[in-house]
Design a binder for this molecule. Structure first.
Ligand code: PEP
Length: 241
């Protein structure tokens, strides 16, 4: 299965800086799918620059309503109008800092799909949940609730253990694979489809990407910090190709 590598730039890069980074991302090898998710304010400019390149564009969030009095939010058709293909939904930072619930994630997933956006649904346990042996229960709840009444398998799941995000601590390939395997089983049961991407996220970098991507149920990566450095991101892409 062709691997999918997605860069999540979070709240980094002005529009001008984003344009510079996009220009440094030329020479993407074939045999791998690549997307970047810059901040909203850089999406239009990046969309222009990425025309005709193999790099797809994603947004980092979307609201669960079509339009209206929702100050500060972004509607799905504002994204599709720019040619955006993916949208990250339920990132752990949105869950913890902005109180997004599994139910809100589910509403966003359904609306995004109605607008032909491909949701990248993030799930992952906290350190406390892992230490209390609740990891698989938490993942099952997050995946199951996110997919309630979802019949369209055109989506991506990202397993991002919260304790590994931005901390430099990576899940070992074995720990990640164990959770990915459970997610694969949940997806097979729900959609009867074994081709849905399940990305690993959490301090993935050139030095650990190959081992993680070699696991049977890890079909790509969601990359935060390392996607802000063109050489590092390109090296991860090469390892996935
Ligand atoms: C992320 O937040 O999606 C992420 C994986 O971040 P990092 O690679 O910096 O841990």
């Amino acid at each position: 299965m062709t691997k999918l590598i997605v860069g999540n730039w979070k709240m980094n890069k002005t529009s001008t800086e984003a344009a510079q980074l996009v220009q440094e991302l030329s020479k993407i090898p074939s045999g791998v799918s690549v997307a970047i998710c810059p901040p909203f304010t850089a999406l239009d400019r990046c969309a222009q620059l990425l025309k005709g390149t193999p790099i797809a564009l994603g947004a980092q969030n979307v609201y669960c309503q079509e339009k209206g009095a929702f100050t500060g939010e972004i509607a799905p058709d504002m994204l599709t109008d720019l040619g955006i293909r993916y949208v990250i939904i339920g990132h752990s930072e949105r869950r913890s800092l902005f109180f997004e619930t599994d139910e809100l994630v589910n509403q966003k997933v359904k609306l995004a799909q109605q607008h032909q956006l491909i949701p990248i649904i993030c799930v992952g346990e906290s350190l406390e949940e892992r230490e209390q042996n609740q990891t698989l229960m938490v993942i099952e709840r997050q995946v199951t609730t996110a997919l309630k009444d979802v019949t369209n398998a055109n989506l991506v799941i990202a397993y991002e253990p919260i304790w590994a995000i931005g901390t430099g601590k990576t899940a070992t390939p074995e720990i990640a694979q164990e959770v990915h395997h459970v997610i694969r089983q949940l997806l097979s049961k729900h959609f009867n489809d074994n081709t849905i991407h399940i990305l690993y996220g959490g301090s993935m970098k050139p030095s650990n990407a190959a081992a993680l991507l070699a696991q049977p149920d890890i079909t790509g990566g969601l990359i935060g910090g390392a996607s802000l450095v063109a050489d590092d991101f390109l090296e991860i892409i090469r390892q996935a190709a």
